[in-house]
Design a protein around this ligand. Structure first.
Ligand code: ZN
Length: 216
């Protein structure tokens, strides 16, 4: 625009004074826009994110919104946040519950899973090879990817009797299955990003080491 005004001024079509004013106005408008962006930035709504829609995620959200189960979710946050408090259960010493605290699926230790794999390894490997060979031409097919996922899940059920690997936290008998643990963290992150006051407060207490001594 300024270049255009300059060109018009040079051509004698508008005065240089007018061209200068056009340029000044343009700079003023740009500065104003920048200022507005800066000051209103905090009030801008968060960009839309893809929120997980799994039943596990929905259940955690539901538990948080229910005054009767909110305390339990808080207990999970104290015990399972941050990641450094969490580990797989290597050997079942009877210290932890045997069902996931969210989906109630049966859980197992690493040791138990190794035993199951050991017993059925040859059989299941053969089955998997057969399935993959039969579908060799469909490798990049989206439909096949879904079928493969279902197949692997079914095989997991067959091998581990429907049990999933368990994760434990600190000072809690509760365990998470891998799926629910992922969803729990996704849910927590979403709450943090939304600026949930209670969660922010808990995060501060976790960071500063001032969490309540007596846990639920
Ligand atoms: Zn679960």
């Amino acid at each position: 625009m300024a270049d255009m005004a300059d060109a018009l001024a040079k051509a004698g079509l508008i005065s240089q004074q007018k061209a200068d004013k056009v340029e000044r106005d343009k700079q003023k408008a740009a500065a104003e826009e920048k200022k507005n962006q800066r000051t209103s930035g905090q009030q801008l709504p968060m960009p839309e994110r893809k929120i997980p829609t799994s039943p596990e995620y929905a259940k955690i959200e539901e538990m948080w919104n229910n005054s009767k189960s909110k305390g339990f979710v808080k207990h999970l946050i104290w015990s399972f946040v941050p990641h450094s408090k969490v580990d797989k259960i290597w050997e079942d010493e009877g210290k932890y519950e045997k069902k996931c605290c969210i989906c109630h699926t049966g859980t197992m230790s690493i040791n138990e899973s190794v035993k199951c794999v050991g017993e059925d390894a040859g059989k299941s490997l053969l089955k998997r090879c057969e399935f993959e060979l039969q579908n060799q031409d469909r490798k990049d097919d989206a439909e096949y990817k879904k079928e493969y996922e279902t197949f692997m899940k079914e095989m997991g059920k067959e091998m581990f009797g429907g049990k999933l690997l368990a994760l434990h936290g600190e000072d809690s008998k509760k365990v998470f299955c891998f799926v629910c643990y992922d969803m729990f963290y996704a849910w927590l992150m979403e709450r943090v990003l939304k600026g949930d006051n209670e969660i922010q407060h808990m995060m501060t207490r976790l960071r500063t080491g001032t969490k309540p001594k007596k846990r639920q």
